[in-house]
Design a protein around this ligand. Structure first.
Ligand code: ATP
Ligand code: MG
Length: 369
């Protein structure tokens, strides 16, 4: 797929900016705080309706304005699409495809696919499980847009159940509390099972691809393993069995849930384990080795999305080249070639070889222009 144009209106520090892309690689160069990452973030929002910066919509809308708009034209094998995302300070969003407004987000997701790689991604290795869950969920949204809907349903039930627990934990005795909770439990298990099974399948497909990339980049016998560790024991991926295990685990943790007044069981507490030679990656190795791991994950994401959607997604590289050593830079650049349309931000062009500069479109970014 190929992003042809982008228009940013009242989005972050962009007042009204048109960009036309005319090469497979675009380098955005500029000093700090000029708007390079903001532009990549806009593309990421069109692809996933999420931002890895985890910002609220009110921060995306330009200061002093009520509304922001991101518009793009995208060429795919199936034709050209026009995508518009409207963001409001009050958090209400709307999306349109080819000029027609779309009611369900999942019909908008999956039109543009992109993999974002920034220095924040190191948190995948170093940070807590929430970041890894978010990463996996964002990938799944692109692999199967209906997943956005499934996740929303699960989170909705989870919020309701938590609110109920909090409200009634002190007013009801254990027996009546649990008979009241039964309705929520059933819904939690049904929607949670959908989340768990999809996460499991995605990791099963991603893990071998990432391990292969890791072996190739590190050029060693170190073995990267990615393992999905659901909060519910998962013997196999059969829906009825997962649901049963889910309900059994709820029973098991009933007393603890009453004490803590919150839901302790379900995919909102899953872990995605990253190990190298069976040592947790967080404890393992240098920053450089951790970067190698993240690079392998990102290349695996690219490859998996390409396999599933049958077209190469975009790659958004935010300031990462400077953080990789020369050999890893070359591995990355070789893997991209002209296969993936790539937007790269940098503060100086010095880190690119002349071949790259010659074949890239170079955009100078200054104060939101
Ligand atoms: P760096 O090289 O430091 O990563 P960058 O070019 O990637 O810089 P961005 O993160 O894209 O920088 O842009 C940051 C700029 O955007 C800052 O000047 C910030 O004040 C501005 N900015 C962010 N949000 C808004 C907003 N809602 N309204 C106006 N300006 C904003
Ligand atoms: Mg930046």
């Amino acid at each position: 797929m190929y992003l042809k144009t982008l228009n940013l209106r009242q989005f972050r520090n962009y007042q009204n900016q048109n960009v036309e892309f005319n090469a497979a690689k675009t380098i955005l160069v500029g000093n700090n705080a000029q708007g390079k990452s903001n532009l990549l973030e806009a593309v990421e929002l069109l692809a996933t309706l999420r931002s890895h910066r985890m910002t609220r919509d009110r921060d995306l809308v330009q200061e002093g304005e009520a509304i922001a708009q991101i518009n793009a034209t995208l060429e795919r094998q199936t034709g050209v699409s026009d995508l518009t995302l409207t963001l409001r300070r009050n958090g209400r969003r709307s999306v349109a495809l080819n000029g027609e407004s779309i009611r369900r987000q999942m019909d908008f997701l999956g039109v543009l696919n992109a993999v974002q790689f920034s220095s924040l991604d190191l948190e995948l290795v170093r940070g807590g499980p929430e970041g890894r869950r978010n990463w996996l969920d964002t990938l799944l949204i692109q692999l199967e847009p209906v997943y956005a809907h499934i996740l929303q349903q699960y989170n909705h039930v989870l919020r309701q159940r938590n609110a109920f627990l909090k409200r009634h934990v002190e007013t009801l005795d254990a027996t009546s509390l649990h008979s009241e909770l039964a309705v929520w439990d059933a819904q939690l298990a049904t929607t949670g099972t959908r989340v768990i099974r999809r996460r499991d399948r995605a990791i099963q497909r991603l893990a071998p691809i990432a391990s292969a990339w890791h072996a190739s980049i590190s050029g060693s016998t170190e073995v990267l393993q990615i393992k999905y560790v659901p909060n519910i024991p998962l013997e196999d991926n059969h829906p009825e069995e997962v649901q049963q295990a889910f309900l059994a685990k709820i029973q098991q943790r009933a007393i603890a849930e009453m004490h803590q007044g919150t839901t302790l069981v379900g995919p909102h507490r899953d872990e995605i384990e990253l190990t190298i030679n069976q040592t947790p990656a967080r404890q393992y190795g240098s920053q450089g080795q951790q970067r190698t791991l993240v690079l392998a994950l990102k290349l695996a994401e690219l490859q998996l999305i390409e396999e599933v959607v049958k077209e190469p997604p975009l790659l958004l590289l935010d300031d990462v080249l400077a953080e990789l050593d020369l050999s890893r830079q070359n591995q990355l650049l070789d893997a991209i070639q002209d296969r993936f349309q790539t937007l790269i931000t940098t503060t100086h062009l010095g880190s690119f070889d002349s071949q790259w500069l010659k074949s890239s479109q170079i955009l100078f970014v200054k104060a939101g222009e």
